[in-house]
Design a protein around this ligand. Sequence first.
Ligand code: ASP
Ligand code: MG
Length: 418
Amino acid sequence: MKVYKFGGASVRHADGVRNLHKIIAGERDLFIVVSAMGKTTNALERVFEGVQRGDRAAATAEIAVLREYHAAIIDDLWHAPQQLPQVEELFAGLEEVVAHADYRPADAELWYDRIVAYGELLSTTIVSAYLAHAGVANRWIDMRRCFVTGQRHKDAGVDIEASAPLLRAEVGRGPERVFVGQGFIGGAPDGTTTTLGREGSDYSAAVVAHILDAESMSVWKDVDGVLNADPKIFPDAVKIAELNYLDTIELAYSGAQIIHPKTIKPLQNKNIPLYVRPFDDKRKPGTVIRGVSAPVDVPILILKKNQVLLTIRPRDFSFVLEEKFAAIFLLLERYRVKTNLIHNSAVNLSLCIDESWHVDEAVAALRGEGFDVMKIDCMELLTIRGYTDSLWARYACGPHVFVRQATQSTVRIVRKRV
Ligand code: ASP
Ligand code: MG
């Protein structure tokens, strides 16, 4: 079995879906994992936000736009006005969720997942129907029934042991040898839908590859492979031919948009190579990620946006902050705050964290526990691996740099958004 993952950008229009067909043509024993089309997940987040605000009209208007967007792709694929009953059903289901939501803020993540999961249900339904129409016998797999996840909505992890027999049974059920499943979604033990964190389809594909003992996983993207920097932010980006698993985890964790950080472990455990390949040219080699690789000989720059810098200090000025670490991190975990960088002195603990809905609640709770907390918004975390003098001079200095942490090879810079 091989696993191919197609991101939202690669199926954002009918040409993209036709291209997917071209890439998989002739393949057998293939599991295709697909993300939501184009910017659908962002639009569904706006649908959710409408529900959250109690603005159903806004939510319904967003759904109408999504309906048209998907309908246009379907018409284009079939070269004629065409209605797919399963797609109609999905939109009716989504409208129903929004119309009858008895939303409670304490369940924000539950409602988020219920709504946002529709993106992948729609995309896979369309891709599967189109492949069938184009003569590729395939089976649509409902990943909500194959991936058992934790109960942690909006950021669930897959329970691989519990999921393996379900997925294997599903794949073994019929004569088809091509499968189409949703990235990004699963099901919690209580039967509710979960999502695996933004950009989580890579992780879905990796878990599928792990469970099915795939010979390889390929991620088809709109770039030539893994680049040493985001070309939209840092010009002169170049492709890296080979990476090892560990470096890739470091890069992804630092915020490299190339692959979801949770993707590597399921692959590494079974030594499955991961190819990052350009979907516009199947012949190009892309980047291969595996256990051992040649050393990377260019600096790597990674920018993680939407950060907040917290500086925490015990109000009683106790000089043994270490004793309070456990209490602080326990509390942050309770509010699901994700810490990306830790910097401490005798009395101060500075944390660079992801912006999220719960940061202010966490700050209030810390204050309630006897800490002074200073919060600075609009920050970014820049990581440079293999920095040079000129990169240091260019990025690690200046008044907008708040924190700088360096080892011999890597510098991490918390800076005001520029
Ligand atoms: N559609 C989801 C997102 O945009 C998952 C993914 O693309 O991997 O975050
Ligand atoms: Mg996406």
